[in-house]
Structure formats: C-alpha cells, structure tokens
Design a protein around this ligand. Structure first.
Ligand SMILES: Cc1ncc(COP(=O)(O)O)c(C=O)c1O
Length: 423
C-alpha cells in the first residue's frame, strides 16, 4: 500500500523589517510507504495545523517584564491555554479562606502540566539553533521527559531521555507504566542510568556525554536541563502570570488572590511565578512546597535562574519555600496517597502523588497548624499536572479504593432481542 504522505517541516530563515526569524516550513520529501514509515525508516510527517496550535510565534513580553534580559524572540504554541481557574471546595479550610485552582494539569493530554509552558520557549530555541534532536534528563517517571518527548515528536525532532532508575532495574527493559508508555509510544530513545551513577556524575555531565556521542554520529542535539528549568524556561511561568491577570480581568466578578501555592521540583515554575507575581498587578505571595532537596537549595537555584534574566531581585524576597518532600522524591506514605484519594473523592480533582499531591497536603497541614496565617485569604493553587505518575502508585493504592462488586443478576430474567450484541 502506497502512502502519499509527503510533508515534513524544515526550518527556513525569513528576514522581516527588523528581525531574522526561523520558521518551520513544510516541503516535499521523497515518497514513503506506510510500511517504511511504520518501520521507523522515515521521519513521521507533520501537517500544518489550522489555528495556532504548534505554530511558531514572535514573542513580546508583558510590559512589566520588558526590562528582563535576555528576552526570547519566539515561542511555539504547545499548550491548550488559557487553562481554567475554578473554586476548589477543599474540606477543613480555616474560616473564610477560599482556595481556587488553576488547572495547568489540563494544558494538554500527552503534553500536559507545567512543562508545556517552559517547552514553548525551549523548543523554539532548539529549532532556532537548528537542532535535529533533543536530549533531556529526569527520574524514571519524569513528567518533564514525557512532555519533552511528545513536544519533540510534534516538531519532528528525535528525543533522547536519560532516565534515572534503581540499580536493580537499570539493565532491564523499563516497561510501559505511566509516563514511559507515552515516551515509548512516541519513539523516544530511553537511556537508563542508576541513581548512584546519576549522583556521582550529575545530570549536566550525563547530558554532555550523550551530546558528544550524538554529535559524533552527525546529529545536532539540543540539551534541555532537568525539569526544563533554566532562565529561558522561566519565561513559561512569567507568561502564566500574564494569563492569570487576563483571566481575572475578563472574568465575572473581580477577584484578588492573596496567595499562590505550587509544588517545586526543579525551581523553574516558582522562579517565573514569583517574578511575575511581584511585578504584575497580581502581587500575590508565592508559597512553594519543595518535593525534593531542601528550601535552601531552591532559594539558591531560583536566584541563579532570575540572575540569568538580570532581574536584580533576591529570591528570598519573592517566594516562600517550605519542605514537603516527606519520605523523599517520588516516595509516598500511605497517608499521602490516601489524601490524594480523599481529595479526588471530595472534589473531583485528581492530584499527582509526586508534586501537587504533596503540595496540597503540605498546604492543608500548614492551614491546620496555622489557621490565623490563612484565615480569610484567597488562595490560588496551581495544579501542575503529572497524572500519569499516579499509575506508578496503583499497587500502593489498591486497598484504598473500594466500591466494586460482581453485579447480581437474576438467572430467570428473560433474554431480549439483540442479546449478544453491544446494545
Ligand atoms: C507535575 C509536575 N509538577 C510540578 C513540577 C515542579 O516544577 P518545577 O520543576 O518547575 O519546579 C514538576 C517537575 O519537576 C512536575 O512534573
């Protein structure tokens, strides 16, 4: 069977009045058959889209961020934005406290969560630099790696993921649970390293090692750091603040948020949110719940990110970082998992166990321990996604979910016409 799928995006340089832009164009390629495409011998074609999705756009920062430097020149439209904001009826809040939730978990399906916002900038830079493949790094269930793998495939780039796993699993097929399923379906190359190797060598040197190998094979790799957290990725959440401001302005009944609460895993999300909240009209206090490392580490790391934008501000002045890692990164107590289950059952919002689950758990614990601090406040919680990570916890959660039984059917009920068909 012959296919006439002949389109492939290429990068074209376009000169405008004052800038030179790199834009993807779609040009004819040699004819392929379905079987050769499926055998992976040919890059998958990517069609132009109707509407803005996947389009590369020139970037203009919000006026309150225009003094930052450098300012990115372009973004790719990857997320389904704006994400909704709605009231979140959490149980046991302090008196008159309102919690609202911004659903960044709904920023897409395969390409979901907070990472999408960073990738809009990072992928534009990769393409502008003529990359033909992306390298990034993370834990075995990294949401960032999954999002990057999908974004790369959408833009017709290959993706190499360095994934950290335990010593006993590092030489085995990593399987298809959670994020791995999506990564492997979109054809990402998975490179496993043990936690010990990762701790000894570090993510930067590991990525560099892979980069050298790919360069020697004639590839043009672009490295995205852990969590997409560098100064360029920080723009993702500067933009999210502009989005929140616009949502507040256009929403019915003006609301002012006193606080923003969010999980922190590699620091980029809180860097952008805190800068944006400080300089925009939002002026909400940003509370970060760190799910790994410790607050001191993140104050320093965020400082590096905002220094990279010449923000001239101290991270301690714009964000409050609290420890919420519990047993450790991506490890959960039964109490935390039960909490995720209870919140889902009470409100319909499914939290991930590694990030927003721990941040919400930490926030409610703090509210219960210090009700005066939160009394009467309007809080915006940012749900940063990560649903696929929940599959990794399915076994631990089995005993927490009930409500099933074999339906009782009276054998004497007569069969109706159509029995044996679907309806
Ligand atoms: C689902 C999810 N939420 C939150 C975070 C934390 O965001 P950041 O890495 O920007 O601190 C991450 C990644 O680390 C994530 O995957």
């Amino acid at each position: 069977m012959n296919s006439t799928l002949l389109l492939r995006p290429a990068i074209r340089t376009v000169a405008t009045a004052n800038k030179t832009l790199q834009v993807p164009t779609f040009q004819s390629r040699r004819k392929s058959t379905i079987s050769s495409l499926m055998a992976g011998r040919d890059p998958k074609p990517t069609a132009p889209t109707i509407g803005g999705f996947l389009a590369k756009k020139p970037y203009e920062p919000p006026s309150w961020a225009s003094h930052l430097n450098p300012i990115p020149s372009h973004t790719f439209s990857l997320g389904h934005l704006p994400t909704p904001i709605h009231k979140w009826n959490l149980p046991n809040l302090p008196e008159d406290t309102e919690v609202w939730i911004k659903r960044d978990d709904l920023s897409g399906m395969q390409l979901s969560g907070n990472k999408v916002r960073k990738l809009e900038f990072l992928m534009a830079d990769a393409v502008a630099n003529g990359a033909d493949c992306i390298i990034t790094v993370g834990g075995i269930q990294s949401n960032h790696c999954r999002a990057t793998a999908v974004a790369a495939r959408y833009l017709n780039l290959d993706c190499y993921l360095i994934l950290r796993t335990s010593k006993v699993l590092v030489d085995r097929d990593p399987g298809l649970i959670g994020n791995l399923l999506v990564e492997r379906l979109v054809g990402a190359h998975v490179e496993l390293v043990s936690k010990e190797e990762y701790a000894k060598i570090g993510s930067v040197a590991l990525a560099d090692l892979l980069k050298k190998r790919l360069l020697s094979e004639g590839r043009k790799p672009y490295v995205i750091p852990v969590g997409g957290s560098n100064s360029l990725g920080t723009w993702g959440y500067i933009e999210a603040v502009r989005e929140i401001e616009q949502q507040i302005q256009t929403g019915s009944g003006e609301i002012h948020f006193d606080d923003i609460v969010v999980a922190c895993g590699s620091g980029g999300t809180i860097a952008g949110l805190s800068l944006g909240s400080r300089w925009s009209n939002l002026k909400a206090k940003v509370h970060a719940f760190a799910v790994c490392d410790d607050p001191g580490y993140f104050y320093n790391f965020v400082q590096g990110l905002i220094d990279g934008l010449n923000a001239g501000i101290d991270s301690h002045d714009i964000v409050n970082i609290q420890d919420a890692k519990g047993l450790g990164y991506a490890m959960n107590t039964s109490e935390e998992l039960k909490f995720v289950k209870d919140i889902a059952e009470a409100t319909g919002v499914v939290l991930d166990p590694v990030y927003s689950g721990k941040a919400t758990y930490g926030m409610l614990k703090d509210m219960s321990a210090n009700p005066e601090k939160w009394k009467g406040r309007k809080v915006l919680f940012i749900h940063t996604g990560g649903l696929l990570g929940l599959y990794d916890k399915a076994e631990q959660m089995t005993s927490m979910v009930g409500k099933w039984r074999r339906m009782e059917i009276d054998e004497s009920i007569p069969r109706k016409d159509g029995a044996g068909k679907m309806f």
